[in-house]
Design a protein around this ligand. Structure first.
Ligand SMILES: Cc1cc2nc3c(=O)[nH]c(=O)nc-3n(C[C@H](O)[C@H](O)[C@H](O)COP(=O)(O)OP(=O)(O)OC[C@H]3O[C@@H](n4cnc5c(N)ncnc54)[C@H](O)[C@@H]3O)c2cc1C
Length: 449
């Protein structure tokens, strides 16, 4: 059997490796349009923070290992441009523009997502940079090495923008951030957003709200840019990082007549099959089922990409595998704060037909008398009709990142708040109060359902 994979990062290489492990006789061909495969994009902001670190530190497994040790036919510099479902072929061109075509028995689309760029004058100036691929990371570092960057503007206040704010602050660069909307972390309550805002401002980051970039101009070649914002402010800066979201790379799938899901991602079932049973899609280009709502969602994150790649490999090698989906668990660091979420927001819960109630609590990361305890803010959501736990958002200096995994598991298990409240969580003074902050939140929320 020939298994052809388009895209050689998290989802694609996970599928390639697992397929070969499951059945070494399978002919696995991976087409990757860049020269990079299998790397941790998630580590890029932290790599950029350290000028002396090589971007290639983030490569998880080198191309040679896939080719020589795992016997995977990995073809870098090969961009697939079309899928011919009738002939079961993919067509494409190599980096030297030479065309190629290859037949498949099973095909995986693992093409990821692309960063959005603002459609404004000046967006294509060399100092306006996005961060998605390893090549983007190199480009940012090279730009910083060859230009004096004292002041940077980050467009967008999503998690990549916030991680870059930390990264650039670490390099003693004055950071400004701008977004069109009025709030930081609009998906949660104001108390949590304000804690993150205070952290950013206390470390010198300037935030501009209701401020969409409308025009970028070069002041003089290599000497900074002038940015006009929709709130009539004008900022000067030396570099602009664009972090205004991503779009799934699903155009080829759409052109091949495959069904699309939310936000234009490729629609897949629980075995990652698209609307064509011989074509699978996995990772940032594809959707997933939300375990709490049962609805299709597009939540492009790393674990899902790796897991979905494995599931495809298992499925094509004969296992009757299905993966239930995601609950939207995510965590990121903003300077000295950890920010985490799992499950639904109030708006998502309402849209899904729940009758959501929520509460905010303040607790501490360590026991009452234990030195070094830090504040943890928790927003917990439940359904007034069924008593089900619907979501948790948390911010704090410690004890947040891993604590979110408890409610994530509870959401997978479909627990009610009452059931979650009875969970036997760990306690010792350096790690938690005797009543874990999550149990305190559940105890308060249960009074509302
Ligand atoms: C800065 C940053 C920080 C992140 N931090 C986190 C984090 O902390 N936690 C988390 O869960 N997730 C994080 N993510 C997201 C995570 O990296 C992605 O979810 C994951 O990489 C998705 O893997 P993928 O294989 O689906 O797609 P990608 O990693 O995008 O890989 C797709 C590959 O397909 C190739 N390709 C595309 N089209 C074609 C074509 N036509 N022909 C051939 N090749 C093609 C691309 O070149 C690319 O190599 C972060 C992402 C970024 C950019």
């Amino acid at each position: 059997m020939r298994f052809v994979i388009i895209g050689g990062d998290a989802a694609g290489m996970s599928a390639a490796s697992k397929a070969k492990r499951n059945d070494p006789a399978i002919d696995v061909i991976v087409f990757e349009m860049t020269q990079d495969v299998s790397y941790s994009a998630c580590g890029m902001p932290y790599n950029i923070a350290e000028p002396g670190r090589d971007m290639d530190d983030l490569v998880v497994r080198k191309a040679e290992v896939f080719m020589e040790k795992q016997n995977i036919d990995l073809r870098r510099g090969h961009m697939v441009t079309a899928i011919d479902r009738g002939a079961k072929k993919v067509h494409g061109k190599k980096s030297d523009n030479e065309p190629f075509e290859v037949e498949y028995d099973k095909l995986l689309i693992a093409t990821g997502a692309s960063p959005r760029k603002p459609d404004i004058p000046g967006a294509d100036l060399p100092g306006v940079l996005t961060l998605k691929s390893l090549e983007d990371g190199r480009r940012i570092k090279d730009y910083m090495a060859s230009h004096p960057v004292n002041k940077a503007l980050i467009l967008g206040m999503g998690y990549i923008g916030l991680e870059m704010a930390e990264s650039l602050t670490h390099r003693n660069i004055s950071v400004h951030m701008a977004k069109p909307g009025p709030k930081l972390l609009p998906w949660t309550v104001e108390t949590l957003g304000d804690m993150v805002k205070d952290e950013l401002e206390s470390k010198g980051v300037t935030l501009h709200f209701d401020a969409q970039a409308t025009r970028i101009e070069e002041i003089s070649v290599g000497y900074g840019m002038k940015v006009a914002l929709s709130n009539n402010e004008e900022l000067q800066c030396d570099m602009i990082i664009v972090g205004i979201g991503i779009v799934p790379n699903s155009r080829m799938a759409r052109d091949a007549g495959l069904e699309l899901g939310p936000s234009g991602s490729i629609a897949v079932d629980k075995a990652m099959r698209t609307s064509d049973p011989d074509i699978y899609a996995a990772g940032d280009c594809a959707d997933a089922f939300h375990v709490v709502t049962g609805e299709r969602v597009w939540i492009p994150l790393g674990l899902r990409a790796n897991r979905a790649g494995w599931a495809v490999a298992d499925h094509i090698t004969g296992e009757d595998v299905e993966i239930p989906g995601v609950v939207g668990t995510a965590v990121f660091k903003v300077l000295d704060l950890e920010v985490a979420r799992t499950g639904l927001t109030m708006k998502e819960a309402e849209q899904a037909g729940f009758k959501p109630v929520q509460n905010d609590i303040k607790s501490r990361s360590r026991a009452h008398a234990h030195p070094g305890a830090e504040r943890i803010l928790i927003n917990m959501l439940g359904d007034a009709d069924t008593g089900k736990l619907l979501g948790v958002h948390m911010v704090g200096k410690e004890g947040v990142a891993h604590r979110i995994n408890a409610p994530a598991v509870a959401l997978h298990a479909g627990m009610t708040i009452a059931e979650f409240l009875q969970c036997d969580t760990a306690y010792a003074p350096p790690f938690s109060p005797v009543w874990d902050p999550l149990l305190i939140a559940a105890n308060e929320l249960i009074k509302k359902v």
